[in-house]
Design a protein around this ligand. Structure first.
Ligand SMILES: NC(=O)C1=CN([C@@H]2O[C@H](COP(=O)(O)OP(=O)(O)OC[C@H]3O[C@@H](n4cnc5c(N)ncnc54)[C@H](O)[C@@H]3O)[C@@H](O)[C@H]2O)C=CC1
Ligand SMILES: O=C(O)[C@H]1O[C@H](OP(=O)(O)OP(=O)(O)OC[C@H]2O[C@@H](n3ccc(=O)[nH]c3=O)[C@H](O)[C@@H]2O)[C@H](O)[C@@H](O)[C@@H]1O
Length: 465
């Protein structure tokens, strides 16, 4: 079996960076080089200020950077020197052309694959780390075989990543499973074993699952679709709870105690966000449509529709509670990231909620502990629309402090479950707000009876008023 000695990872993003940093950390004898075309990102990986915030990441990077872990823009050199290459580039939803709004844009995967074919002078194991539609490995193989300069051999593996942002390092150090798909040929199985051996440096053998290529590719989309489906299910129940007087936390607890259901991913919220759930479900929907399975496509699409409904429902509750108008009222938004412990805002529910509040002519003040101001401006204004940013600027303020953000506000709206929001001095916040002082908990994280006792008019998703 091939022993992996040198790894190249193409794509130094949320997945490539942490995943390969952990491999370097756990496999000191393997040289790991993470490359990217984005020079600023690579410079940040090589600096004291890493480009992404992830608890525990800095320690791991600092422990092995410039020993057996390298960040570089020298893509060709890293490809040439590696015997195993992870392709960990972005696969966003297509914006134009066939399948726009549904299908995954595989342009980055294809260009990375073509680069490998052009540069490789020796045989390589090429690993799909990006989340891709079923049978992408076949296209990669076709490109590699047609474009390689000499008579080289390429094994393609699928090794989807299941880490969640905010807990990436823990997820990587103690994964529920590592999934490796390969062609069921002697060479394919040999390559699969070589990658498995990298992971078994720290992952117990029984957690390394091997399957065929297509099962592995589909399992990634399926896992994300099922996780998101649980959130949409509990969010759909939250609306029924509000209408009946049931309490969604109690319902989720009671259901989750059934060992067949389990307790995780049953937290009702203002809606799921993140770079992957929506994109991967759309990808699955597109796959079903392509297979001429419209009912299957509609079934999964409903998970997204429910998520959109939950965000709209939250804003409409705010509006009706504040006497059907929020024009010129000051709304303090606490949290903008799509979940706690990350500065990532991709598809964050906060983007939709804030845009809707602005549309209603409210004055919105945002505080988030990790999201950069510029990111919020980019998310909330419409790039390319003339003067939109200036218009948004008249209504939107970004604060460095929760108390400052809540001063003179008519309502506080919690959109991300940052731990620090639990320990704020709500008595102080209440005193500085306009009365009646409203508080909307979109994350079910605050002690409502305590807030009510202070004087707040509170509302939380799926809770009796
Ligand atoms: N963000 C997450 O938590 C997870 C993401 N995934 C999947 O992993 C893949 C990567 O996601 P992220 O790391 O979040 O994306 P990202 O956007 O943070 O990083 C991708 C990087 O690839 C680089 N890149 C693109 N084309 C390149 C090329 N030809 N050569 C060199 N560099 C290139 C980009 O400059 C970018 O820095 C996606 O398919 C995503 O669905 C899977 C599990 C978790
Ligand atoms: O493919 C991916 O990108 C990743 O997508 C998710 O990870 P991530 O999006 O980083 O974060 P999650 O913890 O799944 O949260 C997603 C969204 O759902 C929300 N959520 C989560 C759980 C819950 O019970 N309720 C709920 O509203 C979160 O607040 C967040 O907005 C999956 O959990 C990962 O396994 C997967 O690898």
């Amino acid at each position: 079996m091939t022993q992996v000695k040198s790894i190249c990872c193409i794509g130094a993003g949320y997945v490539g960076g942490p995943t390969c940093a952990v491999i370097a950390y756990k496999c000191p004898e393997i040289k790991v080089t993470i490359v990217d075309v984005n020079e600023a990102r690579i410079a940040a990986w090589n600096s004291d200020e890493l480009p992404i915030y992830e608890p525990g990441l800095e320690e791991i990077v600092m422990a092995c950077r410039d020993k057996n872990l390298f960040f570089s823009t020298e893509v060709d050199q890293a490809i040439d020197q590696a015997d195993l290459i992870f392709v960990s580039v972005n696969t966003p939803t297509k914006r134009a052309g066939v399948g726009a709004g549904r299908a995954a844009d595989l342009a980055y995967v294809e260009s990375a694959t073509r680069r490998i074919a052009q540069v490789a002078k020796s045989s390589k194991i090429v690993v799909e780390k990006s989340t891709v539609p079923c049978r992408t490995a076949e296209s990669m193989r076709a490109i590699l075989e047609a474009n390689a300069t000499t008579d080289l051999h390429f094994d393609i593996l699928s090794n989807p990543e299941f880490l969640a942002e905010g807990t990436a390092i823990q997820d990587l150090l103690k994964p529920d499973r590592v999934l490796i798909g390969s062609m069921q040929t002697p060479e394919g199985i040999c390559a699969q074993q070589a990658l498995a051996q990298v992971y078994t440096h720290w992952v117990p053998q029984e957690r390394v699952i091997t399957t065929n290529l297509w099962s592995s590719e589909l399992s990634k989309l399926a896992a994300n679709a099922m996780l998101a489906q649980r959130i949409s299910s509990v969010n759909a129940l939250s609306a029924i709870c509000e209408a009946t007087g049931a309490d969604v936390d109690e319902v989720a607890f009671a259901c989750g105690r059934d060992s067949r259901l389990g307790s995780k991913f049953l937290k009702a919220s203002v809606g799921f966000g993140g770079s992957c759930f929506q994109k991967d479900i759309l990808n699955l929907v597109y796959l079903a449509e392509q297979m001429n399975l419209p009912e299957v496509a509609a079934y999964w699409y409903q998970v997204i529709l429910m998520n959109e409904h939950q965000k709209k429902r939250f804003v409409s509750n705010i509006l009706s509670t504040l006497f059907n108008t929020i024009t010129n009222k000051k709304i303090c938004v606490l949290g903008f990231a799509f979940k706690k412990d990350t500065g990532d805002t991709r598809e964050s529910a906060a983007i939709t909620v804030v845009k809707d509040l602005l549309q209603e002519q409210a004055r919105v003040v945002i505080y988030d502990p990790k999201v950069a101001d510029e990111q919020i401006w980019m998310d909330v204004s419409e790039p390319g629309v003339l003067d939109n940013r200036a218009m948004v600027g008249k209504q939107l303020t970004i604060c460095k402090d929760a108390y400052e953000a809540a001063k003179d506000a008519d309502a506080v709206v919690i959109l991300t479950e940052w731990d620090e929001f639990k320990t704020l001095d709500y008595q102080r916040i209440y005193q500085d707000m306009n009365k009646p002082a409203f508080l909307f908990d979109g994350r079910l994280m605050l002690d409502m009876p305590k807030l009510k006792a202070i004087g707040f008019k509170t509302q939380a998703i799926g809770k009796p008023c």
